[in-house]
Design a protein around this ligand. Structure first.
Ligand code: FMN
Length: 211
């Protein structure tokens, strides 16, 4: 049985290499390196951010390490939306980057990607009013720029299924510096966790920056 498995693995490797050669021969530019700021991407394929909702208690886990590691053949991976603070956790089981436990979880993810020559940016995403109290960690609250609920959509919760969105608490001008600080602290955690850069997910624009 072991012998058969070995042979199957050898054939799989052969086919994988052959496919890689075929595609890189057909699209030489796509498969050529790219200098992005001070980092080099192994090719020009970028994986877009996709929420997967697999982070139990908002902590990156082994399943996510495997998922991102398997996709490290892309030149650059941008992670799923990641909450920079407990108030920014909009959807059930989305990961955060606001405490040490999360940093340790992300270290495994970035390690799995770097081991295969890939690069990875974290997408920092504060969900604002697009959340439900049931999705938030303890002591977190629904905040936004104005006290107006988003009535045209609903939010899934693990506990009670689809729910209407609540009226958020309007943040004061004095709180804005604190919100910015949450992003800055999360970016500092991103460096500690081994990320190559951050993407800021904001309603009107997307900003990419490598470290
Ligand atoms: C399952 C799924 C999850 C997604 N999650 C995110 C996300 O966390 N952050 C984000 O900015 N975009 C997210 N997107 C949007 C994708 O990044 C977007 O669809 C992709 O960039 C392709 O763009 P297009 O749909 O305009 O072609 C998600 C898309 C899908 C299908």
């Amino acid at each position: 049985m072991i012998k058969i498995n070995n042979k199957v693995n050898i054939i799989k490797q052969y086919l994988k290499q052959k496919l890689k050669k075929m595609t890189s021969n057909s699209y030489p530019l796509l498969y050529s390196e790219y200098q992005l700021g001070n980092i080099i991407l192994q090719n020009r394929i970028v994986m877009s951010p996709m929420t997967r909702s697999r982070a139990i208690d908002n902590v990156p886990n082994h399943l996510m390490e495997t998922y991102y590691g398997e996709r490290a053949g892309a030149g650059l991976i941008i992670t799923e939306g990641v909450a920079p603070s407990p108030n920014g956790v909009g959807y059930p089981r989305i990961p955060g980057l606001y405490n040490q436990e999360q940093v340790e979880g992300w270290k495994k993810v970035t390690g799995a990607v770097h081991d295969k020559g890939g690069r990875i940016f974290v997408q920092l995403m504060h969900t604002g009013r697009i959340t439900h109290p049931l999705n938030l960690p303890e002591d977190a609250e629904v905040v936004s720029a104005s006290a107006i609920a988003a009535t045209q959509t609903k939010m899934y919760t693990d506990q009670e299924g689809m729910q209407p969105l609540p009226v958020p608490r309007k943040v004061s001008k004095d709180e804005i510096a604190g919100l910015m600080e949450e992003f800055a602290q999360s970016a500092a955690y991103a460096i500690e966790a081994g990320f190559d850069g951050v993407e800021l997910h904001v309603p009107t624009a997307t900003c990419l920056s490598n470290f």
